[in-house]
Design a binder for this molecule. Sequence first.
Ligand SMILES: [Fe+2]
Length: 432
Amino acid sequence: MRAMICSNVMLRVAQKNSCRWLSSSSAAAIEDLPLQFLRASDPANFDKDTFQRKDVVFDKSSGKPLITSTLKTPFMREYSLHGESYKVVWDDGVVSEYQRSWVKKQLDLWGKSDIQRVMWNDLTEDRVRTSKDLSMGFEEVLTSNGQAKALKALYQYGILLVTNTPIDDRCSGSVATVASALGGGAKKDDTSVLNNYLKGQNYDRLEGVVDGPLRTLYGTVWSTSTSDQSAGASTADSAYGNESLPLHTDMTYIRDPPGLQIFTMVRPATTGGESLFGDGFAAAEKLRSVDPTSFRVLSELPRRYRCVDRVSGWHLEASGPVIALNYGRVVGIRHNDLDRLPDLPPEGVEDVDEFYKTVNRAHQAWDKILASDDIRLILRLQAGETAIVANQRCFHGRLGFSLDGYSSRVIKGCYVSQDEFESRLRWEGYHV
Ligand SMILES: [Fe+2]
């Protein structure tokens, strides 16, 4: 084995598949990736225009896959770092090149990211407003650096406060533009809400654009003022009243609830109406530590959720556990008791009475955590302030408010799909 270190070039000759740089000054870690993955990820294996794989072998006529893969582990003969790109020579003579930034991103995606989620409680309004991580201006969110910063906050904390959102006649456009900035989609042509906004064109019912808000039964950009709601959009939800709303996540009654929820305060209530938020992941971890049996029940038992709108005709139902796990890690929260249907014991349950006792005990333990003051973040959103939450993690709710005049408290908002939100996080290198 030998290594050569030059001014801008580092060369490593490998005898086996595992090896280490001799220079500790290098943060390079291409060798930490599986060689099978690295070889398959050779940029030459991907079409330059479609980015689809070219190394998949199948019969061109029938489409049937051809079995050609070998179980032989690829062997890296040598690799070197030239500025910002690696050059790898394989034992069969193939030479592959990889961008250093790409290597780092793959390591992050593989779960080696330095940035971890932050579980929070005891979070205060003052801390949110003064935090450089949790609060930023509307104009900043529209920049590429601002988007990265916002996504980092939403990955780490699941919540972000955006100030100075335009709420004049551009309000719907402002809300949709934030969704476009933090969602997927084209960002470089006139099919992008964000790009149109930056060029001075306002959002108009999403005609001709391909990104931005998720379309749901509530339309695209919704308003809690029924007079401002899109024609035909549903208002069959307690959000359109003035009573308090317990902490919940939205649209539990669809299989994959929205990933982001964007709330822009247009007009605060004169009295009451403060916004509530809570970290569902922190609540789940708290339950896991204080009552593992209840945690297991809420992470294994599918609960049923429903939304019915007699006026518009919508009827949606879905089911899923309150706490979604992936290899033991909490990855999602589905919780809205107002939309949850009574439980039915799963097939095979013999002691029905014991089933209900166990489920009720688990849900009471969960409610006890959600009722504690330390999990409730109360924000007094002012006109033009936008709260964004990761809907499959962060609860939201509100305190009751008095109706002194028609629609005294008005919020406009929209959703971003979980697919688009997760894609953005993955592209930023986060492990989701
Ligand atoms: Fe809600």
